[in-house]
Design a protein around this ligand. Structure first.
Ligand code: HEC
Length: 116
């Protein structure tokens, strides 16, 4: 009886851990920071190194939520958001690329405030 209770508890604990792991992975999104670092080279010419733009013409992307970046890139690509530069830039990106560059820029947020 005692042993049985122990295994059920163990089962519940491991199931909980698996669910938490899946949840955390999901929250972080599907994009790869490392892939994004490579794919975002061209973007940083305008948006600053790591997305930390100091020029008000170019929005800061560092620390921006990946979901928002992806949403804007989709809008630029479809043309619902219009900007002569970004419509062209986004046209070259697949959904995979968008997820990767978004993950990269989101990951650069920790020192945002100190740098302003
Ligand atoms: C030649 C300069 C230039 C390059 C290169 C460039 N951008 Fe932009 N980007 C801009 C400008 C200018 C805006 C502001 C557009 C506006 O006013 O709507 C912008 C806006 C954005 C926004 C919207 C930001 C917000 O806060 O709404 C995102 C996201 C973005 N760019 C991502 C990228 C990515 C990803 C790349 C590389 C694939 C890239 N940009 C390359 C100039 C550039």
């Amino acid at each position: 009886m005692c042993f049985r209770q122990y295994s059920i508890r163990g089962l519940i604990t491991s199931t909980t851990l698996i669910i938490i792991t899946l949840f955390v992975t999901n929250v972080q999104g599907d994009g790869s920071v490392e892939e994004g670092r490579k794919k975002a080279r061209a973007c940083q010419v305008c948006h600053g190194e790591g997305g930390k733009s100091k020029n008000p013409t170019y929005p800061r992307l560092a620390g921006q939520h990946a979901k928002y970046i992806i949403k804007q890139l989709k809008a630029f690509k479809s043309g619902t958001r219009k900007d002569p530069i970004m419509n062209g830039m986004a046209a070259t990106l697949s959904l995979d690329d968008m997820e990767d560059v978004a993950a990269f820029f989101q990951s650069n947020g920790s020192d945002n405030i100190a740098e302003r």
